[in-house]
Design a protein around this ligand. Structure first.
Ligand SMILES: [Zn+2]
Length: 280
């Protein structure tokens, strides 16, 4: 696991083993707030070890940016912490998280120690503020990657923990394309120093504008490709020819996962159009 200080009392972590997934911690004088847990128990425990022993504080709150396994299944390693998430995140963990952990733990012995811990405190719209020492954290809904997304802004530091609402390749299969455009545009107006994406590397101030543009262009490009495909006799065959580079993204992103995310985006959008929905 990679670990780095972003600004005073703000750190981020990145997994070496699963899809470059990230997490964060904001440290106050008496306790810390964790933003997301990592994919596998060992890494989440490593993060807790660092917070408790090197930073010297317990974790009082864990914020889940959404219900996907690689962001929320480590809640159980922070016993006693209050878990905060979107209201829909709690529902999705019940509907999908619990059954999917049950089947995943049959394949992966490391998951046997995992238990889904449901969020204790939730909100469904607007914002929520959490004060940690002298810092204000603003939690806000950030949909598009999923219907339960939230981002966390460290107000004074202008550091945004975006969750998967911002990724090196936007991924909308479990979400909605218009929502991700809205979330991305909102991020562009925040005046940020850094974006910690849900996966991939931290984005520095000088890179933010280009990253936002690249993501918005990517979304427009896949929408255009799918509109064209839908008019063809064999739309799937047409989409197979739409490479990630044609949409302005590199295939090396996310340790090689980028191409499969891209292909799944195209299929999901095509399905969306074929089931009679509009692609504006
Ligand atoms: Zn996700």
């Amino acid at each position: 696991m990679h670990r780095e200080r972003v600004s005073e009392n703000v750190y981020w972590f990145q997994s070496d083993v699963y899809a470059q997934v990230t997490a964060g911690v904001i440290v106050g004088p008496q306790w810390a707030v964790v933003i997301d847990t990592l994919a596998l128990p060992d890494e989440t425990l490593g993060m807790r070890e660092f917070i408790e022993h090197e930073l010297g504080v317990p974790v009082r709150y864990v914020i889940n940016t959404h219900y996907h396994a690689d962001h929320s299944w480590g809640n159980c390693f922070f016993p006693g912490a209050t878990i905060i998430a979107h209201t829909r995140c709690r529902e999705l963990l019940i509907e999908r998280g619990i059954p999917s952990l049950e089947s995943a733990s049959k394949q992966n012995a490391a998951l046997k120690q995992v238990k889904i811990v449901l969020p204790h405190m939730t909100f469904g719209r607007g914002e929520m503020t959490l004060r940690v020492g002298k810092k204000n954290l603003t939690l806000m809904t950030a949909l598009g990657h999923s219907d339960d997304g939230i981002s966390v802004l460290a107000e004074e530091d202008r550091v945004l923990f975006a969750g998967d609402a911002f990724m090196p390749v936007p991924y909308i299969v479990d979400g909605n394309v218009e929502d991700i455009v809205a979330s991305t545009k909102r991020i562009s107006r925040m005046g940020l120093e850094n974006i910690v994406q849900g996966h991939g590397d931290i984005i520095l101030r000088g890179e933010i504008e280009a990253a936002i543009k690249e993501n918005l262009n990517y979304i427009s490009a896949i929408k255009k490709a799918v509109r064209t495909a839908a008019r063809r006799k064999d739309p799937i065959e047409y989409l197979e020819g739409v490479r990630i580079e044609d949409c302005g993204k590199s295939r090396v992103y996310l340790g090689g996962l980028a191409v499969s995310l891209h292909e799944r985006n195209l299929r999901a959008l095509l399905y969306h159009v074929q089931s009679g929905k509009d692609l504006e």
